[in-house]
Design a protein around this ligand. Structure first.
Ligand code: NAD
Length: 471
């Protein structure tokens, strides 16, 4: 029986390994993590992450050929294939701070693999890492001193949170990069055979190591770029009376452009886009390509601009101040169908509103009060080195309310800001909401999901991204 171990039981490691276990019943899959809370969650009825369809997959394989454990060393030692899916956040201090990937977790995982291995292993980069990371990993592993041989593969993950299970079941592609030596290619074949159980052969792409590592950074940069491009156009729409939905539809019909990822919004979030572009920027700088670095940096610049533009619109529409006014925030997760709030635009928007002394009341179906408080805590933002083109607001010092339904958040509020495109926000009873709000009542739709005309008929003043403004 092939034994797989995955280091890191997070948003990627957990779902990815659950699907491998489901599709390969003859393979033993153990997901290990240093976080006892995470592992306890995976072994409980309430999984530590919310992802549609995941409960069902885990329920089918857990205890059969899928296991979750904190005994990292034991299961890494026993495995034939070790996936490393640890976090690779942006460095916060030292060389490359604010841009470079922090590979501390990766390096400690690699050193641990070297320490505990007694048999040859394939080590798979599942985390998103800077191009050339495999070279560094090879150096660390080469010093295990026991003659154990390793093959490093790059197998970046392209799943999107909120659709992770579907993305894993039917991936657009699986990418495997390996050394071009016979040993490297043999390792590529082993991993390819795992995916080939359910992924059609023509969707499994094999490349050299550096292409695979760079492809993941480039893919995220391109996706984020599309959002920043349409958001940049949305600002021009508002200035001119054009409608961004109509513009996006028109350009998306061009088969060279395509319709997906062209929705204007309050901005992108999530743990990956910003950090991966910053990483790309840093790599370009390191390779002496400052112009290329500047090009990609601007994708983040427009995203920051979009968030501050939204806050400015809220404040200016509400007669230039929100001081003492209750503002209901609907949606705090960075997108629908996830409880993940990492880098969510809601953090900057809420901070901006609080900076103008608004009283903020937040409702999100999957986000806990504890998450909101942690995310809005002062020390998460480096006010001495703001990334923003235009910093939005000051650190939070007022209490923030987190409610268990949208109407409670909106009671006595002057405005509702929709920041996540949860389906349930499309079908709220906006008349009921209007009746319990202060007047004039505003809706600021940061995801363009409500029917603005219907809301105007009720009596709301409505702002939607990239749409003609209320007179
Ligand atoms: P995560 O923070 O949810 O999970 C990482 C886990 O690794 C944590 O539970 C942490 O405790 C564990 N860990 C760290 N060091 C460890 C060690 N030495 N031993 C054992 N466990 C350790 O992160 P994530 O969202 O799953 O992302 C993981 C990687 O995948 C990142 O590089 C990310 O960029 C990439 N990625 C993320 C997504 C996404 O949508 N979240 C998509 C594609 C790729």
């Amino acid at each position: 029986m092939v034994k797989i171990c995955c280091i890191g039981a997070g948003y990627v490691g957990g779902p990815t390994m659950a699907v491998i276990a489901l599709k390969c019943p003859d393979v033993e899959v153990v997901v290990v993590d240093i976080s006892e809370a995470r592992i306890a969650g995976w072994n409980s009825e309430r999984l530590p992450i919310y992802e549609p369809g995941l409960d069902d997959v885990v329920r089918q394989c857990r205890g059969r050929n899928l296991f979750f454990s904190t005994d990292v060393q034991r299961y890494v030692g026993e495995a034939d294939i070790v996936f490393v899916s640890v976090n690779t956040p942006t460095k916060t201090r030292g060389l490359g701070a604010g841009k470079a990937a922090d590979l501390t977790y990766w390096e400690s995982a690699a050193r641990m693999i070297a320490d505990v291995s007694r048999s040859d292993k394939i080590v798979v980069e599942k985390s998103t890492v800077p191009v050339k990371t495999a070279e560094a990993i090879e150096k660390i592993l080469a010093h295990n001193g026991r003659g154990v041989r390793y093959q490093i593969l790059s197998n970046p993950e392209f799943l999107a949170e909120g659709t992770a299970v579907q993305d894993l079941f039917v991936p657009d592609r699986v990418l495997i990069g390996g050394r071009e030596t016979p040993e490297g290619q043999a390792a590529v074949k082993v991993l390819k055979d795992v995916y080939a159980r359910w992924v059609p052969e023509d969707r499994i792409i094999t490349t050299n190591l550096w292409s695979a590592e760079l492809s993941k950074l480039a893919a995220n940069a391109f996706l984020a770029q599309r959002i920043s491009s349409v958001n940049a156009i949305s600002a021009l729409c508002e200035a001119t009376g054009a409608d961004v939905t109509e513009v996006a539809c028109s350009i998306g019909k061009d088969s060279r452009i395509g319709p997906r990822f062209l929705s204007a919004s309050v901005g992108f979030g999530g743990s990956c886009f910003q950090k991966d572009i910053l990483n790309l920027v840093y790599i370009c700088e390191c390779y002496g390509l400052p112009e290329v670095a500047d090009y990609w940096r601007q994708v983040i610049g427009i995203n920051d601009y979009q968030k501050s533009r939204f806050v400015n619109r809220v404040v200016s529409s509400m007669f230039n101040t929100v001081a003492g006014k209750k503002v209901a925030v609907l949606g705090f997760a960075f997108k629908k169908d996830t409880g993940d709030t990492r880098e969510t635009p809601a953090i900057d928007v809420c901070r901006g509103l609080l900076g103008d002394k608004a009283v903020v009341s937040i409702y999100d179906p999957q986000v806990t009060e504890e998450q909101v408080r942690r995310d809005l805590a002062m020390n998460k933002f480096d006010w001495d080195h703001p990334r923003h083109l235009q910093p939005v607001g000051e650190p939070a010092d007022q209490p923030v309310a987190v409610t268990s339904d949208a109407y409670e958040a909106a009671r006595d509020a002057h405005a509702v800001c929709i920041l996540t495109e949860w389906e349930e926000f499309r079908s709220l009873d906006y008349r009921r909401m209007y009746d319990i709000m202060q007047k004039p009542a505003f809706v600021f739709d940061g995801r363009n999901i409500v029917d603005a005309e219907k809301l105007r008929d009720i009596g709301f003043i409505v702002y939607a991204i990239g749409k003609p403004l209320d007179q």
